[in-house]
Design a protein around this ligand. Structure first.
Ligand code: MN
Length: 438
């Protein structure tokens, strides 16, 4: 279990002024990793977000700012993906975090040298942070499972296995792209309501799914399982994840083998990866499983996971339509889920994924599944928010959305807040819907 340490101290301030602003996602207590590039011809490389700046880890390593394990981690970050750093394990990552915290805080003796390693975010291009090996999408929200199940099976919305097993499907890694990648409306086969035969065309039920993505740091050997008690040692960090979904394609194709083309046309990740260590102050009890829940099987149960297996992220989905942009209207929050409401924890997902001997690899991405809570204001996709398009969401300018329309910008944000700790954020994961290709 990642412990609190001096890097989480709420009173820490950075000599980077923007890091201390109340609304900043990247105060000195966060220090998320990403891959960036500057216009000077240097290749993409690892950096850490601090306020409105990026600390260039390779520059820091060559400037003699780190020693021992921190230097090893900074050198590993001199690559075009975070995978070498992720594979090193948490001891080296934690040493680098501690060194960065001391370098970037007010009063640091090395401020002048560290200042030379900063790149303004506005002068950098962000790249995919991780070379994703494999992608698995879970189904961990009981509210999402019940709400979407009710639309298909009003009398029996929740599958009988839901409270016993964290179910998932294997997705596709090749079409996972960085935030900002346009979402081309997918085409496919659908069965229109009341029709006898399927038709082919552009999806009319394009949706987002606000999920939290979990990146695996150190993997496990084929044949070995990761016990729940050790699962946090294998989790490098979290990102915002949009599992764009074409509901009409999905509902026709999904039986019996599960999601395929309704999902694999694009998924989007945020550029910054917030480490599990940064999230230590925001651990929370796993939700109550309900009086009718079967006992948890041993591989899914530890006292520590029940006590602090959840992570308390407050998430927002914003929409800005083409008309809103034209009229200068700000993006509008349409829903605000909470990650701590997920029935299954991220650590249970890791333990379950490997219990049969399946090997997770450095850079694997596990999606949480749509994050939805008990209230109408906490539903993580339009299929739930609009009850499959029958109750459209109203926007402040009078527009309505049953599902996404061409030109819509979808913007995800998340922040972690807890009394007595500095608030940290994830930045954004965005994408604009563009028309289907001919
Ligand atoms: Mn999904």
């Amino acid at each position: 279990m990642t412990a609190l340490n001096e890097t989480h101290a709420p009173g820490l301030r950075s000599w980077v002024p923007a890091a201390n602003l109340p609304g900043s996602d990247f105060p000195i207590q966060n220090l998320p990793f990403g891959i960036f590039q500057t216009a000077d011809g240097q290749p993409p490389r690892g950096g850490v977000a601090i306020g409105d700046q990026i600390f260039d880890l390779g520059h820091g390593a060559s400037s003699g700012l780190f020693d021992a394990a921190a230097q090893q981690a900074a050198l590993a970050a001199c690559a075009d993906s975070l995978n070498p750093l992720m594979a090193l394990g948490q001891r080296a990552q934690s040493a680098l975090r501690l060194a960065l915290s001391r370098l970037l805080q007010e009063g640091s003796a090395q401020e002048a040298a560290a200042r030379g390693c900063l790149v303004p975010m506005r002068a950098a291009t962000l790249h995919m942070p991780v070379r994703i090996s494999n992608y698995t999408d879970f189904f961990t929200s009981i509210y999402h499972a019940t709400n979407s199940g009710r639309q298909a099976r009003p009398d029996n919305p929740l599958f009988s296995n839901f409270k016993s097993i964290p179910t998932a499907y294997h997705g596709r890694a090749s079409s996972i792209r960085l935030s900002g990648t346009p979402c081309v409306r997918p085409k496919g086969q659908t069965l229109p309501k009341g029709a006898k035969d399927p038709v082919f065309g552009a999806s009319r039920k394009l949706d987002f799914e606000f999920e939290i993505g979990a990146y695996i740091g150190v993997g496990n050997a084929l044949g070995d399982a990761i016990p729940l008690a050790n699962a946090d040692e294998h989790l490098f960090g979290l990102c915002l994840f949009n599992d764009w979904s074409a509901r009409d394609i999905q509902s026709w194709e999904t039986q019996p083998l599960g999601p395929f083309q309704g999902k694999n046309f694009l998924s989007s990740v945020s550029p910054w990866v917030v480490t599990l260590e940064a999230l230590a102050p925001f651990r929370a009890p796993a939700p109550d499983r309900g009086a009718d829940a079967p006992p948890l099987l041993p591989h899914l149960h530890t006292e520590a996971d029940r006590a602090q297996g959840a992570l308390d992220l407050r998430m927002d989905v914003l929409i800005q339509t083409e008309a809103m942009r034209r009229d200068g209207l700000a993006p509008h929050v349409i829903t605000s889920p909470r990650f701590a409401d997920q029935y299954w924890t991220t650590f249970q997902a890791i333990a379950h994924h490997t219990v049969n001997g399946c090997n997770l690899e450095t850079g694997d991405l596990l999606g949480s599944g749509t994050v939805s809570g008990p209230r109408e204001s906490e539903l993580g996709c339009l299929k739930e928010l609009t009850v499959d398009g029958t109750q459209p969401v109203r926007l402040p300018n009078g527009e309505q959305r049953a599902y996404l329309e061409d030109g819509d910008d979808v913007i995800f944000r998340a922040r972690c807040e807890r009394e007595g700790f500095a608030t940290i954020g994830f930045g954004e994961c965005t994408g604009r819907v563009v028309p289907a290709k001919n």
